[in-house]
Design a protein around this ligand. Structure first.
Ligand SMILES: [Cu+2]
Length: 169
């Protein structure tokens, strides 16, 4: 709880607009429909993606937020576009970018989509971007696993299993 208040305070101080966007994004996610598949082979690019080094930050009891980090490598000939995620352990899951200013204040912005280009990669890493888990339904203990379902713009989804860790590997 304290950490949540601290986070909200930081967001408010750093960028007043961010908090409103944050809330708006969360409200939008609740009623979001799955995008229709637009490709003749839906999920083809998504199936080729490989997960590299995914993990979720451990939380002590009483902390309601955490973040997941991962890299998706795309060896295929077409881009995959990540548009959202969900997990059974949290009420809300949001793609976000982080920015640290000269005063070391961290601000976050919702990320609507992350394109993983053909032959390239998409990365969520501390200090850059994260998949925010809020409204945690249980403390995340180191060594346990979290199932995270990633949703893509073609309507396909991939579920990955991520290790809970105290710190980045
Ligand atoms: Cu965040």
């Amino acid at each position: 709880m304290y950490r949540l208040l601290f986070l909200v305070l930081l967001i408010t101080l750093a960028a007043p607009a961010t908090r409103a966007q944050h809330a708006g994004d969360m409200a939008g996610m609740a009623g979001m429909a799955m995008p229709k598949a637009t490709s003749s082979a839906p999920g083809a690019a998504v199936k080729r993606l490989t997960l590299q080094g995914g993990w979720v930050a451990a939380t002590p009891p009483g902390v309601s937020e955490s973040a997941a980090y991962l890299t998706l490598q795309n060896p295929g000939p077409s881009a995959a576009v990540l548009v959202g995620a969900s997990t059974p352990v949290a009420a809300h899951t949001m793609l976000m970018t982080s920015h640290t200013d000269a005063q070391k204040r961290v601000s976050m912005q919702p990320l609507n989509r992350l394109s993983i280009p053909a032959g390239g990669r998409g990365t969520f890493a501390p200090g850059q971007a994260h998949i925010m888990l809020s409204g945690l339904r249980r403390p995340l203990s180191p060594g346990t696993k979290v199932q995270l379902t990633l949703r893509f713009s073609d309507g396909s989804a991939r579920t990955v299993s991520l290790l809970v860790r105290r710190a980045a590997p």
